[in-house]
Design a protein around this ligand. Structure first.
Ligand code: ATP
Ligand code: MG
Length: 245
């Protein structure tokens, strides 16, 4: 089975507001899927529903062949879902190393930490995650001294350190310089060998570069979905962006 995530008819209401309105979306295994759309179109709501931070009003979410529509966010993480939210959430007063260590520990049960994981294997797990995001030599520094871009990389490293099957990223390059964006793309590319990615971004050049497929949301509905080339040539996509953004 080549589909990692199959979402059918997902609906989310906040009071009377229909934030998601019957969204169908499939993320393939070892594939990068971009989610784009104007402000308020429901992108963050969609990622939160997949991660279990918000329960949908209706619809189904199937992950790696399993129905997770009603699963807790902890259960989803255990099955291999990992999320980096839109707002940066590193702990400034902790070292770069300890931020990743906490993420890894939180994803393990106490029993597995006590019984099977030695501190050394945890250390390997943390250092290899830092290494992939060019932060290994900053491990002992406080996370608060990192630049904004480096903090974003630290958060991606935290999300990846738990070995997810699907990584969800909400605007990971927000506030980055063009050079940091370029590097972010390069750092993300190799993870395709081990997991799928569902990524929200406003930078269309970035999303074009990195994605295999793209879905365009508008007012909680899928306006179009397809390969990068198909979306680039989509008149619906052009209309959504020229009239709304
Ligand atoms: N917790 C909430 N309670 C009520 N309304 C919400 C909540 N979260 C989001 N909304 C509303 O749902 C709609 C979709 O919001 P969402 O944050 O998913 O959009 P988005 O596509 O991520 O936008 P942006 O590009 O600005 O990040 C918006 O109208 C927003 O105001
Ligand atoms: Mg958002």
């Amino acid at each position: 089975m080549s589909d990692m995530l199959v979402v059918s008819q997902l609906t989310k209401r906040y009071g009377t507001l229909q934030a998601l309105d019957g969204v169908d979306l499939v993320v393939k295994r070892n594939s990068f899927h971009g989610l784009i759309g104007p402000n308020g179109s429901g992108k963050s709501t969609f990622l939160k529903a997949i991660a279990g931070a918000h329960l949908p009003s209706s619809g189904t979410i199937c992950f790696n062949g399993q129905d997770i529509t009603d699963a807790s966010s902890y259960e989803r993480a255990r099955l291999g879902l990992s999320l980096k939210f839109q707002i940066t959430a590193v702990l400034d007063e902790l070292s770069v190393y300890d931020n990743v260590l906490l993420a890894v520990q939180a994803s393990n049960s106490l029993w597995s930490l006590l019984l099977s994981k030695t501190r050394l294997t945890l250390k390997d797990q943390v250092m290899s995650a830092l290494d992939r995001f060019q932060l290994a030599d900053r491990a002992d520094e406080l996370a608060g001294v990192l630049s904004h871009g480096e903090q974003q990389w630290l958060e991606i490293a935290m999300a990846l350190a738990i070995g997810p099957k699907l990584l969800l990223l909400d605007e990971p390059t927000a506030g980055m310089s063009p050079e940091e964006r370029r590097i972010t793309g390069e750092l993300l590319r190799p993870i395709k060998e081990e997991c799928s990615l569902l990524i929200v971004e406003h930078d269309l050049d970035f999303i074009r570069e990195i994605s295999d497929e793209i879905t365009l949301l508008d007012q909680g509905k899928v306006l179009d979905t397809g390969t990068v080339e198909q979306i680039q040539n989509s008149t619906k996509a052009q209309q959504a962006y020229t009239t709304r953004v």
